[in-house]
Design a protein around this ligand. Structure first.
Ligand SMILES: [Zn+2]
Length: 287
């Protein structure tokens, strides 16, 4: 079976670029925020290969076969995913459904590795469920990605990527509210990612800042765990959902660079400093 690399942590942390980079380096076909697979499929969302998901040569057949074997439609599959991961019910169905997705992914692509950058934000239970039902047995590796709170705060203050793309500006009150909520979310998401420390060597921490400095260090760490030991040529990335900006890079070399996070109002500085102290004490920033 394909091995899964799960990118855990909070959003706005650079997980999409990390997903695409290690995906390419390790001859996997990326993955993206896989929890959104059925949502995106149902609405003809675009894969990073440029095709709508039902026509994507990877996610098209994987989704179709999984749904067929399970005996359901895409709307029901999306509801099963949401109620298990956010509403904490229907776990057995969830486990059977996602087992099928991973199995089909393995037989359609033959790829040794799949990356799921669904993270652990918003109280999402996906990672806990993957472990609880040992959907991937001993095959799962967790990469806990932590971005500095000031950069995350600045990215939240800037507004949502989807709205920025449409030229929609958000008011200052709303943006400050989003930063405050993000600060709590940042603590919660990183705390729940750190719960997987007991996976031992299969739990890796990675700060976004050190990933940008030397992106290949993570690839080396994963290779040590036997990931990507394959002589297959790198395939085109098939990233389901995530930062839309990535789609621009489709088919081209992926450049890892620190994106300008924007500026955060000075009044947030003490709070972000506080978060940094919490994160450091908890050992989240370890290289
Ligand atoms: Zn695709």
């Amino acid at each position: 079976m394909t091995r899964l690399v799960y990118v855990a942590g909070y959003g706005r942390s650079g997980s999409t670029i990390l997903d695409a980079y290690i995906g390419r380096e390790l001859c996997s076909s990326g993955g993206g925020e896989l929890w959104r697979l059925f949502d995106e499929y149902a609405t003809d969302g675009t894969c990073s290969c440029g095709k709508p998901l039902p026509q994507c040569p990877v996610w098209g057949p994987v989704t179709q076969k999984a749904l067929e074997t399970f005996g359901t439609d895409v709307e029901t599959a999306s509801a099963i995913t949401r109620s298990a991961e956010f509403g904490n019910s229907g776990h057995a169905e969830w486990s059977r459904l996602w087992h099928l997705v991973f199995e089909e992914y393995g037989s359609v692509t033959g790829a040794p590795t799949l990356i799921d950058s669904s993270k652990t934000s918003g109280g999402q239970r996906r990672l806990s469920l993957l472990r609880q039902f040992s959907v991937l047995g001993e095959q799962m590796i967790v990469v806990h990605l932590v971005r500095h709170p000031t950069a995350v705060g600045a990215s939240l203050y800037k507004g949502k990527n989807s709205q920025l793309a449409k030229g929609i500006k958000t008011g200052a009150v709303r943006r400050n509210f989003d930063v405050g909520r993000g600060a709590i979310g940042w603590i919660r998401a990183n705390d729940s990612a750190a719960n997987f420390r007991d996976l031992g060597p299969r739990y890796l921490t990675m700060s976004y800042e050190s990933f940008v400095k030397d992106p290949h260090q993570l690839v080396r760490a994963l290779q040590k765990l036997g990931i990507g030991a394959s002589d297959r040529p790198p395939s085109a990335p098939h990233v389901v959902a995530g930062n839309r900006a990535l789609h621009v890079h489709s088919g081209k070399a992926i450049r890892v660079q620190s994106s300008p996070a924007g500026t955060l109002p000075r009044l947030w500085q003490p709070a972000m400093r506080g978060l940094e102290i919490v994160g450091t004490r908890k050992g989240w920033f370890k290289p």
